[in-house]
Design a protein around this ligand. Structure first.
Ligand SMILES: Cc1cc2nc3c(=O)[nH]c(=O)nc-3n(C[C@H](O)[C@H](O)[C@H](O)COP(=O)(O)OP(=O)(O)OC[C@H]3O[C@@H](n4cnc5c(N)ncnc54)[C@H](O)[C@@H]3O)c2cc1C
Length: 308
């Protein structure tokens, strides 16, 4: 079915950048997900452009994967191409603008942990919130990731994206339409390849101290010892999803090896060989019970793809 596509993709990428029937459980923090027909690892915006063009011409579905830390992939996997924007596209540059402020330009595949560390090391403040979020920059922009009072929206200047025609566009912060866990990237078929940020000068020790403190808080409050995709549901207005779930008596509620964490009820964790079907079953039950008890609708924060 894919023979022409495969031939053509092999003309764009090196063999080590292409995997067939790659198990996606290896690429999600939930450790769940069946095989992708193709798993490709571009190293540049130009390669991204060429792969998208090929997928469009061949009417082949594709999905952009960062670190898979906000993702539930179906047990039967994904029919089409997974484009993994990760360490192959993790460039990083620092430069001063005319006002003497530092502009950081980073590839979409860089991990937030590395980016936060490098920014902090240079005595720049405003990105400490992101150091413990286990995603890539591209995923964080898509989700407008945030924590401890900070979010991507606070510090981003612009993002460079590839559209489905293969054009490279620069979207300003306003054009990115960043809101609570949402952005234009979720609504339009844009692929983030790079982004610019601006930061104030601060004190290295203070910045590093703050990051260490936030990571300590994460370790104390979140079930980081188990695979998960972070907060399963978005925060409903005026409430906290975790508290509603706890008050509904669902702490420790389990379907197969998938469980509502007792440490933090906002997290659904994989305590063994959990399946995507079990995660969905558990999420449906939690949503129904919370609605029955409190008439509050829980919307998933976790994105779902593939065949379940
Ligand atoms: C233990 C744990 C703690 C977490 N804590 C937080 C937290 O404090 N705050 C928070 O906001 N989130 C948190 N998360 C969720 C998650 O880490 C973030 O949403 C993160 O930004 C997702 O990045 P990713 O690279 O893993 O994206 P993925 O999960 O790979 O993808 C998420 C979405 O982004 C899209 N995407 C990814 N890269 C690109 C790209 N380059 N171009 C276009 N689209 C792209 C994907 O198609 C998908 O729709 C946590 C997750 C875990 C497991």
């Amino acid at each position: 079915m894919y023979s022409i596509f495969e031939q053509e993709i092999r003309e764009i990428l090196e063999p080590k950048q292409i995997k067939k029937d790659e198990k996606l459980e290896k690429h999600t923090t939930f450790r769940i997900g069946g095989p992708a027909d193709f798993f490709v690892i571009p190293k540049s915006a130009d390669e991204v452009k060429q792969i998208i063009k090929l997928c469009m011409e061949n009417h082949t579905d594709y999905f952009i994967l960062g670190n898979g830390s906000n993702l539930l992939v179906g047990d039967k996997g994904y029919r089409g191409v997974i484009l993994h924007i990760g360490s192959g596209m993790d460039s990083l540059e620092f430069a001063a603008n005319e006002e003497g402020r530092t502009i950081v330009t980073a590839g979409a595949g860089i991990s937030l942990a590395k980016l936060a560390k490098e920014i902090g090391k240079r005595g720049l403040t405003g990105f400490e919130f992101a150091g413990g979020i286990p995603g890539t920059l591209g995923g964080a922009i898509t989700m407008n990731a945030g924590a401890y009072g900070g979010e991507i929206k606070d510090c981003i200047v612009s993002a460079t994206v590839v559209n489905q025609n293969g054009d490279i566009l620069t979207l300003t912060k306003e054009q990115l339409q960043l809101g609570y866990r949402e952005s234009i990237i979720q609504k339009e078929p844009y692929i983030v390849v790079e982004a610019k940020f601006e930061f104030e000068k601060g004190q290295v020790e203070e910045i590093q101290g703050k990051m260490a403190e936030l990571n300590k808080q994460r370790r104390e409050k979140q079930p980081l010892e188990f695979p998960s995709a972070g907060s399963t549901f978005k925060r409903p207005e005026g409430h906290f999803a975790g508290k509603l779930i706890m008050d509904a008596g669902l702490a420790g509620y389990q379907v197969g090896d998938i469980k509502v964490s007792e440490k933090h009820c906002g997290f659904v964790v994989n305590v063994g060989k959990g399946t995507a079907a079990d995660v969905r079953k558990l999420m449906d039950h939690v949503r129904d019970i919370v609605y029955e008890k409190y008439q509050v609708k829980l919307d998933p924060e976790v994105r779902m793809i593939g065949e379940f």
